[in-house]
Ligand binder design. Structure first.
Ligand SMILES: Cc1ncc(C[n+]2csc(CCOP(=O)(O)OP(=O)(O)O)c2C)c(N)n1
Ligand SMILES: [Mg+2]
Length: 189
């Protein structure tokens, strides 16, 4: 995160209208590096978007064991950083917040912090078995009621931008494409 602030500072000096976006997890926000990065970006007035994906866990550590404050966005004002918390499962809300943050970062040369609230449905990695520290019901709740892809799909269907036929055709096309690439990979190698 500190390197990202350094890059943003360089962008500010070259005045090319560029900004940096730095993606990180809520667990990473507990590192000392994150606090130094926030403070330097605010005091040096750097065009950077800090995009925190708060997915409820840092491997097996749930958020209620990670911090006692109200998440990550609440820390921003203390550093003098404009901050917003968004529903991370709402694709369009995330898009709009990021777009607005970019405008502010570039036009005003200042950092913006976005905290996107979501949930990690999968295990942390292939070597992690999350059933050891959370219930199957907890995971099922997020998988069935608030999945960002099915939410976006519902919205697109309601706007008449997408339907079952589109999906079937798209799946078939994708399968063929992946199959072709796979075959050319085997032939080349
Ligand atoms: C300095 C340091 N300490 C510990 C780790 C081990 N580690 C790897 S990923 C991770 C959890 C990260 O959680 P989070 O930032 O919430 O990201 P997520 O995996 O949820 O996207 C930890 C503790 C590390 N990579 N670096
Ligand atoms: Mg996390």
């Amino acid at each position: 995160m500190f390197a990202a602030v350094g890059s943003a500072y360089a962008y500010k000096r070259t005045q090319k209208g560029l900004c940096v976006i730095c993606y990180f997890g809520e667990g990473a926000a507990s590192e000392g590096d994150a606090h130094a990065a926030f403070n330097f970006s605010a005091t040096l007035e750097c065009p950077i978007i800090f995009f925190c994906r708060n997915n409820g866990y840092a491997i097996s550590t749930p958020t209620h064991e990670q911090y006692r404050g109200d998440g990550i966005a609440g820390r921003g004002p203390a550093y003098g950083i404009l901050s917003i918390r968004v529903d991370g499962n709402d694709t369009l809300a995330v898009y709009n917040a990021t777009k607005a943050a970019r405008d502010i970062a570039v036009k005003e040369n200042r950092p913006v912090l976005i905290e996107a609230m979501t949930y990690r449905i999968g295990h942390h990695s292939t070597s992690d078995d999350s059933s050891a520290y959370r219930s199957v019901d907890e995971v099922r709740f997020w998988d069935t009621t608030d999945h960002p892809i099915s939410r976006l799909r519902k919205y697109m269907v309601s706007k008449d931008w997408w339907n079952d036929e589109n999906e079937q055709a798209w799946k078939q096309k994708s399968k063929t494409k992946v199959g072709d690439l796979f075959m050319s990979f085997i032939i080349v190698n």
